[in-house]
Design a protein around this ligand. Structure first.
Ligand code: RRO
Length: 313
């Protein structure tokens, strides 16, 4: 019998664990419809602010051999646009729950959007993005541990629906420990590791210049470059968080093997960013086929048989 990729997540069943990473192929209704019609197990909307934003000047995304660099600057169609989309989706589809990503520019803006979601008919999952690296003058929230705790305290004062947070990569055991201690205080549904590796610099040797316009070429790095960092973050938090907090693995998923590695580290769902940008929504067919082949070869019938079971030496 062929392996099943069926995934239980927050009380819902998804046909497979793959979804887009917020920001890729999810800005417009057209793109979101393409995702929901694709073989992706689930989808998430572009991180949004209360009002529509143009984002940073172009060029602001650049593909490089080992991944991508972006400084999009949170372009989005505004909170109402995405809330209406997911409400409409859930009224037509009973099987999988949609994910709505929010990224307010202040604590109050996040609380404002979440209050509206709380009072709405939305029954999906909210991902609170605490890690946008690209808004000039706005540091990534989750690198400030005190502010992170303050936001989560204020959010869970009133927010009772499933909520996860998108985290930036951490690079030190002291930071894994400190962040996990904060996250464990809250009824989080999940964390998503990782957002792009913030403020990298890619240089074109021909022009002797940078490749994206905003922030003098500095931008978030994604793709193959970031997989080891992503895996480390998934693993570090899997070992530190209470079991009720699930993990979505994001970063460097280009093949079924990358997906298998994220699952082995403990991820429940998997998000694809750079590779989806490169390949379009057919990437989800290929990834499922490749993951299934690996599982068949190893004799695994379900993901639960190996999830989180990375061996130490
Ligand atoms: O829009 C962006 O520049 C952006 C966001 Br909000 C994010 O969370 N991560 C990223 O790499 N780019």
């Amino acid at each position: 019998m062929s392996s099943s990729l069926q995934t239980a997540f927050l009380g819902s069943y998804y046909q497979n664990p793959f979804m887009n990473a917020s920001g890729v192929h999810c800005l417009t209704v057209k793109e979101l419809n393409e995702l929901s019609a694709s073989r992706a197990g689930a989808f998430i909307t572009k991180s949004c602010t209360t009002k529509e934003r143009e984002g940073n000047p172009k060029p602001r995304y650049y593909s490089v051999p080992l991944g991508s660099i972006n400084s999009m600057g949170l372009p989005n169609k505004g909170f109402d646009y995405y809330l209406n989309y997911v409400l409409d989706f859930q009224s037509k589809s009973s099987d999988s729950l949609p994910f709505l990503s929010v990224a307010g520019m202040s604590i109050d803006e996040n609380l404002h959007m979440l209050r509206i979601v709380q009072d709405s008919a939305f029954n999906g999952v909210v991902e609170l993005n605490l890690s946008c690296p690209n808004v000039p003058g706005k540091p990534q929230v989750a690198y400030d541990f005190e502010v992170t705790e303050e936001i989560l305290t204020k959010v869970f004062d009133f927010y009772k629906k499933p909520l996860g947070v998108k985290l930036p990569p951490f690079f030190d055991f002291a930071h894994f420990d400190a962040m996990a201690q904060i996250l464990n205080k809250f009824p989080l549904a999940y964390i998503n590791c990782i957002n792009s590796v913030g403020n990298g610099l890619y240089i074109d040797i021909e022009s002797e210049g940078v490749v994206i316009k905003p922030k003098n070429g500095f931008g978030g790095i994604g793709g193959e470059y970031v997989k080891p960092t992503a895996l480390a973050n998934v693993r570090a938090f899997y070992l530190r968080l209470k079991p009720e907090i699930k993990i979505i693995g994001t970063g460097g998923i280009c093949t079924g093997r990358d997906a298998f590695e994220h699952l082995l580290c403990g991820a429940s769902m998997l998000q694809v960013g750079t590779q989806l940008y490169e390949e379009g929504v057919s990437v989800f067919d290929r990834l499922q086929q490749e993951l299934r082949e690996i599982m068949n070869k190893k004799g695994y019938k379900s993901i639960d048989e190996f999830r989180g079971k990375l061996k130490s030496l």
